[in-house]
Ligand binder design. Structure first.
Ligand SMILES: *[C@@H]1O[C@H](CO)[C@@H](O)[C@H](O)[C@H]1NC(C)=O
Length: 249
């Protein structure tokens, strides 16, 4: 336990330094992209409570590097597991908006809100959960689209219960809502499903063996988000992009 805490401590320190560099490198704050980000968390039964708690720490760590206090990046958090077919999308108890987009612009408030999230523990209605973020969470009162980029980070540990809906929902996300989707699969995920969700952008897909490995992708996710660019209309993040002009080099 002590060792684990130590490892997490080191990881936090290292990622803190790294993400600071990203923002320092860009130098001028006006060069930072404005991003409306929703983090969509799988709260299905297979995740288990202890892992869900690791996920919550990871969300706080991810947010730490994004300096939400600057106002460039607004974050919302949604947890999903079940979907009731006879209820409208905005009345789904287990596709739950835990933190509204931009609700907390202060890191301490944000962290406390993450701590309060209660693990659900049902199924994996990924497609309906993504659709709910598109129809409601991204359209909340604080949404700044198209001035801000829209990004979704999906974290899942398994195959979607409603996978047949995924192609339509993913198309809807990109075509109608301008949402760039990153997918993080842990453990028993389905690789081809993650490829579908990220539209075959390898740099937006993360495959991990277990939840302890989440630490290892914080820097990469932050970097890719911070340097998201206009130059690739498919939404992929490339290094050929000038973060200030948003143009390809
Ligand atoms: C997404 O939600 C909208 C609004 O509720 C609905 O009209 C649409 O059919 C949904 N899409 C899918 C693929 O379920």
């Amino acid at each position: 336990m002590l060792f684990r805490n130590f490892v997490i401590f080191i990881a936090v320190v290292v990622s803190g330094i790294f993400s600071q560099e990203i923002f320092e490198d860009l130098k001028h704050e006006e060069c930072l992209l404005d991003i409306d980000l929703i983090i969509l968390l799988d709260g299905s039964h297979s995740v288990k409570l202890s892992n869900f708690n690791i996920v919550k720490e990871w969300v706080k760590q991810l947010a730490a590097g994004m300096h939400i206090g600057h106002g460039h990046i607004q974050i919302g958090v949604v947890q999903y597991s079940h979907w009731y077919h006879n209820r409208p999308l905005n009345n789904q108890r287990y596709i739950k908006t835990e933190i509204e987009l931009g609700e907390h612009m202060n890191k301490d408030d944000f962290d406390r809100a993450v701590d309060r999230i209660k693990y659900q523990g049902f199924k994996t209605y990924t497609a309906h959960a993504i659709n709910k973020t598109l129809e409601f969470d991204f359209l909340g009162p604080k949404n700044r689209y198209p001035d801000a980029k829209r990004a979704l980070i999906l974290l899942t540990d398994g195959k979607a219960t409603d996978s047949s809906y995924l192609p339509d929902v993913i198309q809807h996300a990109e075509r109608d809502r301008g949402v760039i989707i990153y997918a993080v699969g842990v453990g028993d995920f389905d690789s081809s499903e993650l490829q579908l969700i990220t539209h075959h952008h390898e740099n937006r897909e993360f495959e991990l063996e277990n939840f302890e490995d989440l630490d290892s992708i914080v820097n990469s996710l932050q970097f890719q988000l911070a340097t998201a660019c206009d130059c690739d209309l498919e939404g992929s993040i490339t290094e050929d992009c000038n973060p200030c002009s948003g143009e390809c080099t």
